[in-house]
Design a protein around this ligand. Structure first.
Ligand SMILES: Cc1ncc(C[n+]2csc(CCOP(=O)(O)OP(=O)(O)O)c2C)c(N)n1
Length: 321
């Protein structure tokens, strides 16, 4: 195994591990009263954001969803500033005023998470239209889930992107549930990649829990987007390992699926790649995890110690934004 392939597999695993533990620690912080409101953990879906974002470059763009922490982190967000935002601190990505569902970083081409299901899609299509007018070698990946793929803006976005041949990669994160509604109860065609085919896009369905599979398909579609062959659609089949949001125990999730995905877990699959393809040992992996966990703990410490916003700034920023 070449060193750069080993490094690549380690970086994919590290990103997934950081997303998993960011969410688990955020849940703890929530229970301790450090985070107000609520949020939607990306637990179990880590391989999708990680595989897609690793195939893009920093000049490209992403749009995210209400379940967006994983997209931001895979796109390179700073753990400290992410935690600060969740804790409502002024040094967070949106000065602590956006919170979980509105994290954006325009300086790094993260066009933002979004509380309105499906609304990242038209933003992505607009950004791609801009790229196409400027004739830049860039593209946009837009994440949406199964419920979001039933929303008009998603279908309108597919149609326009296809008609105007825009450089967009539509990434459906099919976690099989929209809140507690099973996909079978919300659509007659549960193979969601077929929606892309209906609009004339080359579209595939794949295992969204295998980061290498996600990355392989994303890389090819992203390169082809930049060569003017877009748009494309990938349906990544996955499952969330938690309830819909931090306060939902997810009791409606069937035991057989929960059990299946406990074993078919993105991190376990990532670990298998490290052992079988990169020749790493369990001890090597524990070392990687220790370093990542130390970074997460330091970021939490930073966020907790960060000062609350003054009343004066609060009023000023509310007026400005
Ligand atoms: C337009 C719109 N309708 C309804 C809601 C309320 N809502 C928030 S999340 C959600 C479920 C979304 O399901 P899905 O798109 O499958 O995403 P997942 O939560 O599974 O990641 C709903 C209905 C919303 N935020 N926006």
């Amino acid at each position: 195994m070449k060193k750069n392939t080993e490094d690549f597999l380690v970086s994919l695993y590290t990103t997934m591990y950081k997303i998993r533990n960011f969410e688990e620690q955020a849940i703890k912080l929530y229970r301790q009263g450090h985070i107000r409101g609520y949020f939607h953990p990306y637990l179990g879906e880590e391989a999708i954001a990680t595989g897609v974002c690793a195939a893009m470059d920093g000049k490209d763009y992403i749009t995210s969803t209400h379940r967006g922490h994983g997209h931001c982190l895979a796109w390179g967000a700073d753990l400290k500033i992410m935690f600060a935002e969740l804790l409502g601190k002024e040094n967070g990505y949106c000065k602590g005023l956006g919170g979980s569902m509105h994290i954006a970083d325009y300086t790094k081409n993260n066009l933002g998470a979004n509380g309105i299901v499906g609304s990242g899609v038209p933003i992505a299509v607009g950004a791609a239209l801009g790229i196409s007018i400027r004739k830049e070698k860039q593209m946009v990946s837009t994440f949406v889930s199964d419920g979001g793929s039933n929303i008009g803006s998603f279908l309108e976005g597919l149609n326009l992107a296809a008609a105007w041949k825009l450089p967009v990669l539509f990434v459906i994160e099919n976690n099989q549930y929209a809140v507690s509604t099973r996909i079978e109860d919300s659509t007659a065609e549960t193979e969601l990649y077929k929606r892309g085919i209906g609009f004339g896009l080359e579209s595939v369905r794949l295992d969204g829990n295998d980061v290498l599979e996600v990355h392989k398909i994303a890389k090819s579609f992203i390169e082809r987007c930049k060569n003017g062959e877009g748009p494309f659609l990938m349906e990544c089949v996955t499952f969330r390992k938690s309830g819909h949001h931090v306060n939902d125990p997810g009791l409606y999730l069937p035991k057989e699926k929960v059990d299946y995905y406990k074993l078919h877990d993105p991190l376990l699959i990532g670990k298998k790649h490290l052992i079988e393809l990169a020749g790493l040992s369990e001890i090597d992996i524990v070392e990687i995890e220790k370093v990542a966990m130390a970074e997460i703990k330091a970021a939490i410490d930073f966020a907790i110690k960060s000062p609350e916003m003054s009343e004066e700034n609060f009023l000023k920023f509310v007026e400005e934004y």
